[in-house]
Design a protein around this ligand. Structure first.
Ligand SMILES: Cc1cc2nc3c(=O)[nH]c(=O)nc-3n(C[C@H](O)[C@H](O)[C@H](O)COP(=O)(O)OP(=O)(O)OC[C@H]3O[C@@H](n4cnc5c(N)ncnc54)[C@H](O)[C@@H]3O)c2cc1C
Length: 374
């Protein structure tokens, strides 16, 4: 490991990798640090794999802006580098008449956000597009899709390496100390501790981004940076079912946008699954509570009346790094250069939950803009 680099990126999830690939374009001297022995071992491999369209988020928020920009960039990247994806489109379905007002408000919000191609569908149009979905009406979002996220991460890693970026695995950043003109990072690895300096530090540590910010001396409660772990469980719909859907099928989201509601996603092989739920937890544990199957079933049956309880199996879980605590209001992504806290050159990315996968190329562009000013 070098004694000094210009830029250190902490965390090789999809966001850290996207940032590394983007900075490689500029020819910067960058070291990407990851505590595991490979990339994408945490949240970036435990999600729905959906390229979101940007309909849900408050207009003007980073989530709305970066999701929209990321959506376009991801499709471009997929075409340019042959990354597996499908632009399936999605339906957001009102299952009862009394949900129509909420559906129309969502449509309006999506249009305010600049989401292209949104259309309100009548029950007959819902039936025509998705004969196996029950709905009083729906919004069609044609720019929603799915992506092979591991292939995207490999692509970013390849671009980063080709641009000369070094990657250090088994390297957990355990200390971060402000110096004049930069930072000293201490990394705990297989062979003990090692220190080096960097002019700029970019914190892409996902579920641990608040702890990394705290290492630099930030009071995370004061700053509003404390993360809450929010588990999302998935149940697969087994091969016994014979009523496939062609698009992603979502209910209306909860008013606090704590999740998108238990929905039906497809993977690139056409397998169906239900999820993710919203469950605040105290620690990182990817186990699935089989007792939640009934809740998933009842919720999904409103959209998929043919669903059989026996067809559902626990599949996997992911954990959202959420700034929004239980019962609290919507919180936006934090992407902040910390000069105002006396920490110039430290860029924190905190609360990068959904739509972080979709937004990652746009997040990288945004971070590159901050780096360009330093
Ligand atoms: C259930 C669920 C469903 C989702 N579905 C979608 C979706 O369909 N579409 C979408 O756009 N988004 C979705 N998301 C969000 C998306 O998965 C995340 O926003 C994205 O993966 C976050 O990437 P990241 O790189 O910030 O974090 P991570 O993937 O968690 O990467 C952070 C990395 O930092 C490393 N690290 C942490 N601390 C240190 C340290 N001290 N030193 C060194 N390394 C460290 C970790 O090991 C990890 O590899 C979903 C999330 C969840 C949980």
């Amino acid at each position: 490991m070098p004694a000094r680099v210009d830029i250190a990126i902490i965390g090789a999830g999809v966001v850290g990798l996207a940032v590394a690939a983007r900075l490689a374009d500029r020819g910067d001297d960058v070291l990407l640090l990851e505590k595991y022995d490979s990339f994408g071992q945490e949240t970036s491999s435990r999600h729905s794999g959906v390229i979101h369209c940007g309909i849900y988020y408050p207009p003007g928020s980073l989530k709305a802006r970066l999701c929209l920009a990321g959506n376009r960039s991801l499709y471009d990247l997929c075409s340019r580098y042959g990354i597996g994806h499908k632009r399936l489109g999605k339906l957001i379905v009102a299952t009862a008449e009394n949900e129509l007002g909420q559906l129309e408000s969502l449509l309006e919000r999506g249009r305010d956000n600049g989401v292209a191609g949104l259309r309100l569908l009548s029950p007959a149009e819902v039936k025509q597009l998705e004969p196996n979905v029950a709905g009083a009406a729906a919004v069609l979002a044609p720019s929603t899709g799915i992506i092979d996220a591991p292939a995207l991460m490999k692509c970013f890693l390849g671009l980063a390496r080709r641009g000369g970026i070094q990657v250090a695995y088994r390297s957990r950043v355990s200390r971060l100390e402000k110096l004049s003109g930069g930072y000293r990072l201490t990394v705990t690895g297989d062979e003990g501790d090692f220190s080096f300096t960097a002019r700029l530090v970019i914190n892409c540590a996902g579920l641990h981004a608040d702890k990394v910010a705290a290492l630099a001396g930030i009071d995370i409660d004061d700053a509003g940076y404390r993360l809450h772990f929010c588990k999302g469980e998935y149940f697969s719909i087994g091969s016994g079912q014979c009523h496939p859907v062609k698009r992603l099928i979502y209910p209306l989201p909860p008013a606090d946008l704590s999740g998108a509601g238990i929905h039906v996603t497809l993977d690139l092989e056409g397998r169906l699954r239900l999820g993710p739920g919203v469950l605040y937890v105290d620690r990182i544990d990817y186990g699935i509570d089989a007792r939640h199957k009934r809740l998933f079933y009842d919720s999904a049956r409103r959209l998929l009346p043919w669903l059989e309880y026996e067809d559902m199996e626990p599949e996997m879980a992911g954990i959202r790094p959420k700034l929004q605590g239980p019962g609290e209001d919507f919180r936006d992504f934090v992407i902040a250069e910390e000069s105002s806290r006396g920490l110039p050159g430290l860029i924190n990315l905190i609360g990068i939950e959904s739509p972080g996968l979709t937004a990652c190329p746009a997040i990288a562009e945004y971070v590159a803009g901050l780096v360009g000013r330093l």
